[in-house]
Design a protein around this ligand. Structure first.
Ligand code: SF4
Length: 272
């Protein structure tokens, strides 16, 4: 069987009951995640082994991650058009006015209308738009508990951690090592807050990429032959408000933004 050309080809094989046993809200969302390589077809318990065998590994291999991400964004927009936005706003504690759901992303207003169109005063990249829409679709609206966890400690975090380390923590550490104003800029540009000693780090900044999904970036300066290190921490409610894929995407989106800022300031020569 040739590789599926799009998520709809995967969707055709699904049960279409939207039973949520796979952890996604709908079969269409699951098809989108499989197509973009974020979920495995075997995660749907309703498929028979023959279909799993035929579809396994046949995801969007020829596409770049960026292309897949934009395709997934289109699927999420479609999903938005099928929900009651006013109800979703109530659930996640967002504002709802003139047919638009509005909440703060990194301190800036982000709105989505009933057709899934996003409006904001900052540049929308798919890495941030995807978790934003995921949060609107699936967020539980749980308030942060104030207890921090590493990515690895989140539900299913272990499996994704090597990728998260490579795409998020390592590049941010490289920026922090060379671009000394990074943490001040995070505070000023993204409405971050410097917080007191956490995990004995030298610097810790808390950002709110989504109102109820704070991220803490902690940085340890090099000392006595030891290199610097940097870790991202999440509130222990994060994996209840967002699927681990969306949390990873959020981290990758932030990393891209930090890279752009550091390049714009001309003080960092990083090849993204
Ligand atoms: S478990 Fe399968 S049938 Fe149920 S929602 Fe997920 S994809 Fe659909």
């Amino acid at each position: 069987m040739p590789a599926p050309k799009n998520a709809m080809e995967i969707y055709q094989h699904l049960d279409k009951s939207n039973c949520r046993e796979c952890g996604e809200k709908t079969c269409l969302a699951f098809a989108g995640s499989v197509y973009t390589g974020h979920r495995k077809i075997r995660d749907c318990p309703k498929l028979d082994q023959e279909i799993i065998r035929r579809l396994s590994g046949e995801s969007a291999k020829q596409k770049t991650i960026e292309e897949s991400r934009y395709e997934y964004l289109e699927i999420l927009k479609k999903e938005i058009s099928n929900i009651d936005l006013a109800d979703a706003a109530k659930k996640i504690g967002a504002d709802f006015k003139n047919g638009k759901l509005k909440l703060k992303v990194l301190g800036k207003d982000f709105s989505v209308d009933g057709t899934g169109q996003i409006s904001t005063s900052i540049h929308v990249n798919a890495w941030v738009a995807v978790p934003f829409l995921n949060y609107v679709l699936n967020g539980k609206g749980l308030s942060p508990s104030g207890n921090w966890k590493s990515f690895r400690e989140l539900k299913d975090g272990k499996e994704f951690y090597p990728l998260f380390r490579k795409r998020c923590e390592e590049p941010i550490k490289q920026i922090a090592d060379k671009y000394t104003d990074l943490f001040d800029d995070l505070v000023h540009i993204f409405n971050g807050q410097k917080v007191k000693e956490q995990f004995e780090a030298d610097i810790s900044v808390v950002l709110h990429p989504l109102p109820k999904v704070p991220i803490m970036i902690s940085y340890w300066l090099p000392e006595e032959g030891l290199g610097s290190s940097l870790n991202l921490f999440f509130d222990d409610t994060a994996d209840k408000n967002l699927h681990i894929n969306a949390i990873y995407t959020l981290g990758a989106g932030l990393t891209q933004m930090f890279e752009k800022i550091s390049l714009r300031h001309g003080s960092f020569n990083h090849e993204p």
